[in-house]
Design a protein around this ligand. Structure first.
Ligand code: PYC
Length: 322
């Protein structure tokens, strides 16, 4: 056994929450020790030396496909309350806003922060979160922009699908008016469609800026009856799990597209519902003609405080898929 393996902890404490239905699992004690400060370096360290933690916490039997994990680390930017690395069933995410809201609620639950403004260092930039007395969290995201308008990709079984490519802390392909209807009853069809789009994107030359992989696919429609919002979406995440929330980085990408098209004025509120009918409130500040700061409000609820036990003789100590 290598020294790295011997040093792996046997117990990890987490706090679970959900934001608009999408789960976040924050590691609060017992995770790997990261040698240097900074979220970007912590992400590299976890990916290269401690991927067992992601697998143990998110894969079965301790997790399931929709759970997003959050690892807190020492920030390189001392004005931040913490650094944070998000991960899911497939690997390490760029940004994650439902997760950021979950982290803020978790830090408040632990008594580490109170209402007010707090900065978090994510792997894609510093994010400011305002925690209100009523528990709502308003996040000012990293600068976001539409990169390509009406890009086409040939999707086997579906034909040509057209969408915008935008950055909202992750790379998104945003589709409107094509694919299955955006209704909860259509989740299986939406999963098949968006996953086929994702695979077609991977196989194509389409990429975000600097070759960024477009690993999130969103479909938008007018909300189903009973859903009080301006738009409803279905978001396919990189590990083939759909986002139960409206997806904060996806809402940011949508705001960037609306701003680019002149369809939403600076400061105007846009309510984005997700596939379950829960919603985020979005607006933006313009940074320059191409770039905005998305501002997204939502609320998280604590669901559990747990201690996971990773026994040495457990064949699934690090999850079924490790
Ligand atoms: O809310 O940004 C988000 C997000 C990304 C992946 C899952 N949720």
């Amino acid at each position: 056994m290598s020294a790295e393996q011997t040093n792996r902890p046997q117990r990890i404490r987490v706090v679970d929450s959900h934001t608009a239905g999408e789960p976040t699992r924050v590691v609060v004690d017992g995770g790997p020790k990261i040698p240097q400060a900074g979220a970007a370096l912590a992400k590299e360290y976890l990916r290269d030396h401690a991927d067992w933690m992601r697998c143990a916490l998110l894969h079965e039997p301790r997790g399931f496909d929709a759970v997003v994990g959050a690892f807190l680390c020492e920030p390189a930017d001392e004005s931040c309350v913490a650094g944070v690395v998000f991960f899911n069933n497939a690997g390490y995410l760029n940004g994650c806003l439902h997760g950021t809201i979950g982290v803020v609620e978790t830090l408040a639950h632990l008594g580490r922060i109170g209402p007010g403004s707090h900065k978090l260092e994510s792997t894609v930039g510093v994010i400011t979160a305002e925690l209100a007395e009523d528990g709502r969290v308003t996040v000012s995201n990293v600068p976001s922009y539409r990169y390509l308008a009406k890009a086409a990709v040939d999707v086997p079984g579906y034909g040509e699908v057209t969408g915008d490519v935008a950055w909202g802390g992750n790379w998104f392909f945003l589709i409107e008016g094509q694919g299955p209807s955006v209704r909860q009853s259509q989740i299986e069809e939406l999963t098949n469609f968006t996953w086929a789009v994702r695979q077609a994107l991977d196989a194509s030359v389409l990429r975000g800026k600097d070759g960024g992989l477009i690993d999130h696919v969103e479909v938008f429609a007018y909300p189903q009856s009973g859903v009080d919002a301006d738009s409803q979406n279905f978001v396919m995440c990189p590990g083939k799990a759909y986002d139960r929330s409206p997806c904060g980085t996806g809402t940011s990408a949508k705001l960037a597209c609306l701003a680019a098209e002149g369809k939403l004025a600076e400061g105007e509120v846009f309510r984005q519902a997700g596939i379950l009918g829960t919603s985020f409130e979005g607006r933006y500040q313009r940074l320059d003609p191409e770039t905005i700061t998305p501002i997204v409000t939502g609320q998280a609820y604590i669901t559990a405080e747990s201690e996971f036990i990773l026994r040495e003789d457990d064949p699934y100590r690090y999850g079924v898929e490790y």
